[in-house]
Structure formats: C-alpha cells, structure tokens
Design a protein around this ligand. Structure first.
Ligand SMILES: [Fe+2]
Ligand SMILES: [Fe+2]
Length: 274
C-alpha cells in the first residue's frame, strides 16, 4: 500500500472539524505511519499547506478565558468543568502536533522527529477520547460548555519559527501540564472518581514524553546552528510567551523530560526561588 505523504495526512487531520472524527483519523494515520516505518524506511514527508487555524466543531462556543464559567471543584459540576477544559486542551494538542509536522515539513529533520510528533498526536487523540468518555459517563459531552478561545494563539505566533514553536508549546505549555495534573488527580481521587483518575494518570505519564520530544528537538536545532540552547530558549519564550512561566514547578517530572531548572526559573519574573 502506498502511504500518502505525512504532511498531507497531517493536513487532513487539521481540516477535520468533528472532534471524534479528528481523533479517529489521527489515530489511523499514526498507525499507518508506524506500520510503514516498521522496516526502518522513511516514507515521504512531502509538503502541505496547513490551514492557519484547524477546523473545529460548531461547539464548544469559544470565549475569552475570563468568561469560561468557574464551578466549585468539589462538586460534580466542577469536575465536569475540569474534564471539559482538559478535553479542549487535548483536542488542541492533537492539532498542535500535526501542525508541527505539516507547517515545518521543509526543515529536513531526521526520521525520529516525525516519529515523535506522530506518536504525540496519537497520544493526544487517545487522551481526548478518554476524557470525552468520562464526560459522557457524567451525562455531559465535549461541546456542552464554553471553552478557552485563545488556545491556538501560540501556534499562530510561532507559525514561521520552529524553534519558537518547540520552546513555547512542548517546553512551556505542555510542561505546565506536568505541574498542574497531580493536583487534578488528587481532586478526582477525593471524589472516588476512579475511571477519571485512571484517564488523568495515563495523560500525566504520557505528557512527560511530549515535553521530552520538545526539549530533544530544540537542542538538536540549537546544535545544528551551533547556538547556546539556554539563552536561545529564554529569548524565544520572552518573545512569544511574555507572560512567562509560573511556579510551583514539578521539578522532578520536568527533569525527567529534559528541562533543567535554569531553563524555566529565570522566566518566572515576579517570583524568587526561595
Ligand atoms: Fe495530552
Ligand atoms: Fe501532550
């Protein structure tokens, strides 16, 4: 079977609006890619014109983050709101990983770069499905609540800058997920919501590798240009993500993902380490 060029597969996912259709197609394309990679050959990456913004379902309504209704975390409504926000993040992450592949296809990266982002996109698709299943068990669904409108902003700001994209998306935003997920798991544990805990634990375990992929390829690109990774990372995060990073940091998981403290502490402007 001849495989479509990877950048075309990526664009197909990005232009699929329905969330479950998007994750189904994403997982199928990931399986095809890894089946073709099994003999060690590199199928064509090709070129594509990804959309400026990925196609999304008519719902959820996208609103300013200040207008996303807050609910008490100790209530079922609060847990639904948290799961809905996580589902929204996961769907966005599916598109972000395929977008890296489609948008920067001209960069002539080693095969492992494509493997990593296809695997990450596949993980995010699974995460979206897991969290959507949890919402449905609670009588809700993805789309039932308003969601954060600004999620694609980081992708737009870094549409011409692969190193900026890696610095901001996996190494800042996904690393932030490692900081906040343990607290979320504790909240669902307290409520005895076992299957939601299992879903969040799967997400927590797999997100470490996405941050690690970001760090690995960021360092690779710095090495290719013979530039110092740490000041380059600080410069790019200050340029594209001026809000900076906020403690508390999950230093252990960040270290596991190849993010040393001197990368993120200097970006937390208003706080001191001690
Ligand atoms: Fe995820
Ligand atoms: Fe991720």
């Amino acid at each position: 079977m001849t495989l479509k060029p990877l950048a075309e597969m990526a664009t197909e996912v990005l232009t699929t609006a329905d969330a479950r259709d998007k994750t189904t197609l994403s997982r199928q394309h990931a399986a095809s890619w890894f089946a073709a990679r099994a003999d060690g050959s590199l199928p064509a990456v090709g070129h594509a014109s990804p959309p400026d913004r990925p196609a999304r379902p008519a719902e959820p309504q996208l609103v300013d983050p200040r207008d996303v209704p807050k609910r008490k975390p100790g209530t079922e409504a609060g847990r639904i709101a948290i799961l809905h926000a996580v589902a929204h993040i996961e769907l966005n992450a599916v598109d972000l990983h395929w977008d890296v592949i489609a948008r920067f296809a001209q960069h002539d990266m080693p095969a492992g770069f494509y493997d990593d982002w296809v695997r990450a996109a596949d993980d995010e698709s699974k995460h979206f499905n897991l969290v959507s299943d949890e919402l449905e068990k609670l009588g809700a669904h993805y789309g039932a609540l308003p969601a954060h409108a600004g999620m694609w902003r980081a992708a737009e700001d870094t549409a011409d800058d692969l190193m900026g994209r890696l610095a901001v998306v996996p190494m800042v935003l996904e690393a932030r997920g490692l900081d906040v997920t343990p607290g979320m798991i504790a909240l669902f544990e307290k409520a005895g919501a076992d299957s939601a805990v299992a879903a969040l634990e799967t997400i927590y375990a797999e997100e470490v590798s996405h941050v690690a992929y970001g760090s690995k390829w960021f360092h690779f690109l710095c090495g290719r240009q013979n530039i110092d990774p740490k000041p380059t990372f600080h410069k790019l995060v200050r340029k594209y993500f001026p809000g900076g990073t906020k403690p508390p940091f999950n230093e252990e998981k960040r270290a596991e993902a190849g993010l040393p403290p001197d990368f993120y502490w200097p970006l937390s402007e208003h706080t001191q380490k001690n």
